[in-house]
Design a protein around this ligand. Sequence first.
Ligand code: DQA
Length: 145
Amino acid sequence: MTVLVLNGPNLNRLGTREPLIYGSQTYADLERLCRDTGDKLGLAVDVRQTNAEHEMLEWLHTAADDVDDVVLNAAAWTHTSVAIGDACAALTGRLIEVHISNVHKRETFRHHSYVSAHADGIIVGCGFDGYRLALEHLAAVPREN
Ligand code: DQA
């Protein structure tokens, strides 16, 4: 079983993108953190990022078919995309929603998530550490299916 760590638009720009909000670590650093955490926990972790919504939808569809657990930072699509929300509703493994920043401290349009209603857990505002916490939770808690 693989845990897919899926990242949405603009997260490839971490490190240079709004560092006061997202920090100075890069997307490569985030990938490394997730892989190293997976290695420590004995989890197969597949970390991906896309700026193309159709690609994210295809990854979510395949995760549903393969009954994979998903750690999802849908970035801006979180707040805009019914399609991403629908794909999350159809997942068959567990879903942990992650946001690097505390979206609830930010603009009102970031307070609504199309993902949250379908998530088993939500981690916001813990920086990159949120990904580690999500992976540790998935490793610690047995799956029901
Ligand atoms: C984000 C928060 C979103 O509101 C924003 O659009 C992002 C990143 C986060 O990780 O804090 O791109 O998902």
